[in-house]
Design a protein around this ligand. Structure first.
Ligand code: GLN
Length: 206
């Protein structure tokens, strides 16, 4: 993999993603402006405050560039980042990017339980250990499109989904030393790079 993975660093919990990528030997690139996106092979939208991230995405002229980038590059959205990936949000202050067809529900787990940790099963690694998931004022999801694959649930609530090359999670996978989710996403990313290369080879062969 030549190009680095971008981490949107407008606000919130981006540093731990950079650390986790670096620990896996993957170069990470901070993204705050559109031109920084063009050097990347994939993008992580981290957790934070979705109202603020949404405003900053627009202020920095990143709204259309991220949407265009996501057409042919993998994006992983975590917590507030997951909210940004939806087509609909239960809060008008957030203008979602519409990368995955579902509705995001902010602070879905109530005021009292702002944060909690739960061991969840990862469907893509069902024989492996459970994953220690940190939920921090976590969002929920509803009205999922039928093409969305559910990758994890907590207490009957869907907490991790895949849609094509994109991944969205309501918990923070970067807050443990368990890098299975980043690895899984990076695996999807390698597969999609291969697809691109095959397309290029076919285009050249034609
Ligand atoms: N509650 C935040 C929001 O609605 C998300 C929290 C997080 O990213 N950990 O934007």
């Amino acid at each position: 993999m030549n190009k680095p993975v971008g981490v949107l660093a407008l606000q919130g919990a981006f540093q731990k993603h950079i650390d986790m990528l670096s620990a896996s030997g993957v170069p990470a690139h901070i993204v705050r402006q559109p031109d920084e996106l063009y050097d990347c092979s994939a993008l992580i939208i981290p957790g934070g405050e979705s109202t603020t991230i949404s405003l900053l995405i627009q202020k920095n002229g990143l709204y259309e560039p991220i949407k265009a980038f996501a057409q042919d590059h993998p994006v992983m959205g975590v917590c507030a980042g997951m909210i940004m990936m939806a087509t609909e949000v239960d809060d008008d202050r957030v203008k979602p990017l519409g990368l995955i067809p579902f509705k995001a529900l902010r602070n879905h787990y109530g005021r009292q339980v702002h944060s909690f940790t739960a061991d969840i099963k990862l469907n893509f690694d069902s024989n492996g250990d459970e994953f220690q998931a940190h939920f921090i004022r976590a969002p929920g999801m509803e009205n999922l499109h039928s093409d969305i694959e559910v990758l994890a649930k907590y207490d009957d609530e869907i907490v991790m989904i895949r849609y094509g090359r994109h991944l969205a999670l309501s918990f923070h996978p970067e807050l443990t030393s368990d890098n299975r989710i980043h690895q899984y996403w990076l695996g999807m990313h390698d597969a999609s790079m291969q697809d691109d290369e095959e397309h290029t080879v076919h285009a050249i062969a034609r």
